[in-house]
Structures are given as structure tokens and as C-alpha cells.
Design a protein around this ligand. Structure first.
Ligand SMILES: [Zn+2]
Length: 120
């Protein structure tokens, strides 16, 4: 039987993982060509597969490059993954299609997306 400390530790880990995923979601969604305001329950099976594949390939690319270029590791080294969508490149065009990168308020934070190639 799990004691309450194991459950608390697992909960903290899950929360940290969700925060981690939330920070990577913009590139994950851009790579799967899904708009961040698209409701999960309206995704087709094909779109769900694209998001799932993008989670794996985008996180692997970030990990292989030592993290995102917007963050530093414990030793102060900047990550080598060139973030496609973040607050640092709102004035840039979409690296995939050349469309305009937009920023909108979302759940107390900001979300960045390409209005041209991400399906609503
Ligand atoms: Zn685009």
C-alpha cells in the first residue's frame, strides 16, 4: 500500500511535468499544425495522432539539444534547441510557413501561434 508521502511526491512530480509540458506546448502544437484554441474533444483521430507524434518528436529534439534556447541548465549553459514560438520571437514570421506569429492572453499567461498554418 502506498503511503501518503509517496502520493504527495507523485502529485508534485505530475504537477511539475504538466508545467514542463505547458512550456513546450507552443512548439508541439506548431509542429502538429493544431491551433492552441482548438478544443481537445473536437480533434479528429488523425489530429490526435499528429499531436501525440509531435509531443514525442518535439520533446526528443529539445532533450537531444540540451533544452530550449530560452532556458539554462544547472550549470548556466544555454539550451541548444531553437525555440520556434516564444516571447522572444513575436516579431518574427512563422519558421514553417512565413505567416505572422500572433500572441494572445490564455489562462493567465500568453500563447503564441501561427494564424496561417495552425488549424482552428
Ligand atoms: Zn505557419
Amino acid at each position: 500500500m502506498m503511503n501518503k508521502y509517496v502520493l504527495i511526491a507523485l502529485s508534485v512530480f505530475l504537477l511539475a511535468f504538466l508545467v514542463f509540458l505547458a512550456k513546450q506546448r507552443q512548439d508541439i502544437l506548431l509542429n502538429s499544425k493544431i491551433h492552441p484554441r482548438k478544443k481537445m474533444n473536437t480533434l479528429s483521430e488523425h489530429q490526435q495522432r499528429k499531436v501525440f507524434d509531435s509531443v514525442k518528436t518535439t520533446l526528443a529534439a529539445m532533450t537531444d539539444s540540451g533544452g530550449r534556447d530560452t532556458e539554462r541548465d544547472l550549470f548556466g549553459n544555454q539550451g541548444g534547441y531553437r525555440t520556434k514560438l516564444s516571447k522572444n520571437n513575436t516579431t518574427m514570421l512563422c519558421p514553417d510557413c512565413g505567416g505572422i506569429v500572433k500572441k494572445e492572453a490564455y489562462m493567465g499567461g500568453s500563447v503564441y501561434f501561427c494564424d496561417s498554418c495552425q488549424e482552428k
